[in-house]
Design a protein around this ligand. Structure first.
Ligand SMILES: O=C(O)c1ccccc1NCC(=O)[C@H](O)[C@H](O)COP(=O)(O)O
Length: 240
């Protein structure tokens, strides 16, 4: 017989928020992310990023992943042939396009090979976010597995900044990944604000699980705290 404590709550599968952690460079951090409960682990293949890892290194780190934890390869305006080769070199990888890639670029690199991909929507900070047409973006990139919402910053991504979630449209016909400046302290608010607006919501974090001032170096405690906060959000929404 299975018993639970009186306070234990079952989380329905539909409300388990998937978690992607991004910008890994070290073995121990990948292992800690998996131990903490990450569903996906991202590697930045953009040479100008402080979190850049060459493809061979990304492949080596990704080989540590157990089944059902997905490696995600990040690209910024990369050549189609290089993207295809990179994805082929990392078993089970999906791609994340974080630059100015058109729907046709994404399709040529991944869609035509039936490989899932995420498309980043870089949303202007503050009130300027009002001008971003997410409905059109989601329609334009309807072949993407999900639209990853990030803050528009110099350097494309990993900036640790939040955009204004409340300015997003109330109904988006897409799977969304909330990203940009998430931490254990704000992710519950983010999930509560966004989950009702889309088909499904996952979250993505990089700076918020790092040792402060050390890009690409992750902190095991921060990763655990982040996952704990996401699970709290799931419980809160489950009980509503
Ligand atoms: O992380 C980078 O350095 C990076 C560079 C260029 C393009 C994308 C990059 N990261 C993308 C991510 O998926 C990050 O997780 C996302 O931007 C959120 O980052 P943060 O605000 O630091 O949590």
């Amino acid at each position: 017989m299975i018993t639970t404590s009186p306070s234990a709550q079952l989380v329905s599968p539909a409300s388990r928020t998937r978690i992607k952690m991004c910008g890994f460079t070290r073995e121990r951090d990948v292992d800690a992310a998996v131990a903490a409960g990450a569903d996906a682990v991202g590697f930045v293949l953009y040479a100008k990023s402080p979190r850049y890892v060459p493809l061979e290194r990304a492949a080596e780190l990704a080989r540590r992943l157990p089944p059902f934890v997905t490696p995600v390869l990040l690209f910024v305006n990369e050549d189609t042939a290089k993207i295809r080769a990179a994805c082929a070199g990392v078993t089970g990888a999906i791609a994340q396009f974080h630059g100015d890639e058109s729907p046709q670029d994404c399709w040529a690199a991944c869609g035509s090979e039936a490989r899932p991909y995420l498309r980043a929507a870089r949303i202007p900070l503050g009130d300027a976010g009002r001008g971003f047409d997410l409905l059109k973006f989601a329609q334009d990139y309807s072949q993407a597995q999900a639209i990853l919402l990030d803050a528009h910053i110099d350097g494309f991504g990993g900036g640790g900044q939040t955009f204004t979630w409340s300015l997003l449209p109330p109904n988006v016909d897409a799977h969304l990944v909330l990203s940009g400046g998430l931490t254990a302290a704000n992710v519950i608010d983010g999930i509560r604000a966004l989950r009702p607006r889309c088909k499904s919501l996952a979250v993505d974090v990089s700076s918020g699980i790092e040792v402060p001032g050390h890009k690409g170096i992750k902190d095991a405690d921060r990763m655990s705290e982040f996952v704990t906060a996401v699970r709290q959000a799931d419980q809160l929404l489950c009980n509503k």
